[in-house]
Write a protein that binds this ligand. Structure first.
Ligand SMILES: C[S@@+](CC[C@H](N)C(=O)[O-])C[C@H]1O[C@@H](n2cnc3c(N)ncnc32)[C@H](O)[C@@H]1O
Length: 279
């Protein structure tokens, strides 16, 4: 059995929902990981004028980074299954002067091959985490890479998330988040599985890997933990993982802890990176 088959759960759905609050949360999250993505792009190198694809582009913050790197003669295409989110992203980017950015609504699982390529860089962050058919999607992304171009993937490993030392409220919220993602078929260790997934998808052994982490103060981490849980709550309630009143009491406890000890350290999910150049 392959890694993808072992990890896929039945009845998958996009776990985080598609509310305006979630769109804003995605934007804040993308800004937090901007430095980690810059570091990986520095290691790969991306010339002016390059053609890029951001697969699962979400709010478009990585597209902005790519546009700044490739300049006005480059091309940055965002693909996402969420047409509303992608449309908002590209409107904002173009208003900010990034005319080289465009958006294509496409389901990377069900929608067949990517027709807009080939690209000098195909990039995907926090996409495979959500998908049941990780190997197939990776193979599809690899097909869209031009000879001499790169596939670069960054994704989470959530296994080490938690307060240090442990805190009852914050850790219970973290556990609830992880259980809810699991119930939606997400692979919470997908970041660490990337080298293996690359091989299974026919991409080959990665040329390089990267690990980024964030140690947040509880005062800040609690806001993101609450926002993630609120986005997951409809799914968590419908799968009977938690009731709404119990979730609200947990969030009260989390807020109390954040007021009592705002500097308490919280380890965020690790963001793992892997990349490979196509011969
Ligand atoms: C957690 S967000 C990450 C967004 C962005 N890559 C980032 O790092 O800021 C995951 C994105 O993947 C998109 N997505 C989920 N399933 C997809 C699919 N089957 N095809 C294309 N996009 C998908 C979601 O709509 C969402 O925008």
């Amino acid at each position: 059995m392959t890694t993808a088959q072992t990890s896929a759960a039945e009845g998958t759905q996009y776990a985080l929902g598609r509310t305006r609050q979630e769109y804003e949360r995605l934007r804040r999250q993308a800004q937090q990981w901007e430095g980690a993505t810059e570091r990986v792009l520095d290691r790969v190198g991306l010339p002016l004028g390059a053609r890029c694809l951001d697969a699962g582009c979400g709010p478009g913050e990585t597209m902005r980074q790519l546009a700044q790197r490739v300049g006005p003669r480059g091309r940055v295409v965002g693909i996402d299954v969420d047409e509303t989110l992608g449309g908002l992203a590209v409107d904002r980017l173009q208003r900010d002067g990034h005319q080289q950015c465009s958006f294509v609504a496409h389901d990377l699982v069900e929608g067949g091959p990517i027709l807009e390529g080939p690209f000098d860089l195909v990039y995907a962050r926090l996409l495979l985490f959500h998908l049941p058919s990780r190997v197939e999607v990776l193979a599809r992304l690899w097909d869209a890479v031009a000879p001499g171009g790169y596939l670069v993937v960054q994704d989470y490993d959530m296994s080490a998330v938690g307060a240090a030392p442990p805190l009852a409220g914050a850790d219970r919220v973290g556990e609830l988040i992880i259980r809810s993602f699991g119930a939606a078929g997400c692979e919470i260790r997908v970041g660490s599985l990337l080298p293996r997934l690359f091989i299974e998808a026919g991409v080959g052994v990665p040329d390089g890997t990267d690990v980024s982490g964030r140690l947040e103060r509880l005062a800040d981490a609690s806001l993101m933990l609450e926002a993630v849980l609120r986005s997951l709550l409809p799914l968590a309630v419908s799968r009977q993982i938690v009731t709404e009143p119990d979730a609200e009491s947990l969030l009260v406890e989390l807020r109390r802890e954040a007021v009592a000890d705002p500097e308490h350290p919280v380890l965020w999910p690790l963001l793992m990176g892997a990349w490979r150049r196509k011969a």
